[in-house]
Design a protein around this ligand. Structure first.
Ligand SMILES: Nc1ncnc2c1ncn2[C@@H]1O[C@H](COP(=O)(O)OP(=O)(O)O)[C@@H](O)[C@H]1O
Ligand SMILES: [Mg+2]
Length: 264
């Protein structure tokens, strides 16, 4: 581990067994929620095949600056919403993404992690690629001190995907603690019926996986209609018309604070 990671207190890997479950939404908004609570926070977009963080945090037209630090070329993160953001999306042309191969990707990611000037951070949140491929394994091996969050949706089928992601953190030579399960798109509450909850995708998936993994469900995040549009226009859930999703992220931060107090 290089020096620039030594001043990071907590590293949180946000993982999922497959794409489209809201992993990036959880990772980015968790990072912003932590920053809003006053924690110095970084966000590494490690989903090199589909980096979405620059767009969803409204910084896709920005370029991180290169700095010399002795022999090393270092990169200054881009800052928005109080979060230090780094993504290969800043450094590559979109059309080139497809030709990347495993070893190149792992090397690029390692450089991104180690050559970013993170400074002192309370939290570094990492948006992992979906699944259990090279990038996930490289990161898990490089960051044994990290802790993982598994994002799933409530369907029964999602449990199998979540289990796959969780198993990777316990694979050969890897031993990453799983902090908890995040159930995303848990329920829907129509604006006109604020007291009702509709479980569109079924119920209990998060709880079932958590029991199996012997960890808590740390958040149940509602399906909210403006989340997609907010993400596409570089805004966070804190600009949502729904206070429910804001509360869900604030609660998640509280839970993470509690877990860390217990650990330290
Ligand atoms: N709680 C939610 N409510 C409504 N839309 C959501 C929610 N979470 C994610 N989405 C939307 O679902 C899509 C996939 O989410 P994303 O975070 O990109 O998933 P992943 O990173 O797992 O592929 C995005 O368009 C996002 O805006
Ligand atoms: Mg994503």
């Amino acid at each position: 581990m290089k020096n620039n990671l030594e001043n990071i207190k907590h590293i949180i890997l946000v993982a999922s067994g497959k794409g489209g479950v809201g992993k990036s939404t959880v990772a980015t908004n968790l990072a912003v929620a932590l920053a809003r609570e006053g924690y110095s926070t970084g966000l590494l977009d490690a989903d090199l095949y589909g980096p979405s963080v620059p767009l969803t945090l409204g910084v896709s037209d920005q370029h991180p600056l290169l700095e010399k630090e002795g022999e090393n070329d270092m990169i200054s993160p881009v800052i928005n919403y109080g979060v230090k953001i780094m993504s290969l999306g800043f450094l590559m042309k979109k059309e080139n993404a497809i030709i990347w191969r495993g070893p190149m990707v792992s090397k690029a990611l390692t450089q991104l992690l180690e050559n970013t000037v993170w400074g002192e951070l309370d939290y570094l949140v990492i948006d992992m690629p979906p699944g259990t491929g090279d990038i996930c394994i490289t990161l898990s091996q490089k960051l044994p001190q990290a802790k993982a969050l598994i994002v799933i949706t409530p369907q029964q089928m999602a449990i199998a995907d979540g289990r796959k992601a969780a198993n990777m953190f316990k694979a050969d030579g890897i031993s990453i603690e799983i902090l908890g399960v995040i159930e995303n798109m848990s329920w829907f509450t129509p604006e006109k019926h604020p007291d009702e909850k509709y479980y569109l995708f079924g119920q209990g998936g998060g709880m079932e996986l958590a029991k199996e993994l012997n960890c808590p469900v740390l958040a149940e995040i509602p399906l909210v209609s403006d989340v997609c549009e907010l993400g596409d226009t570089g805004k966070t859930v804190f600009a949502s018309n729904s206070k429910l999703i804001v509360k869900a992220f604030e609660k998640l931060v509280n839970k993470i604070e509690q877990v860390n107090k217990v650990l330290t």
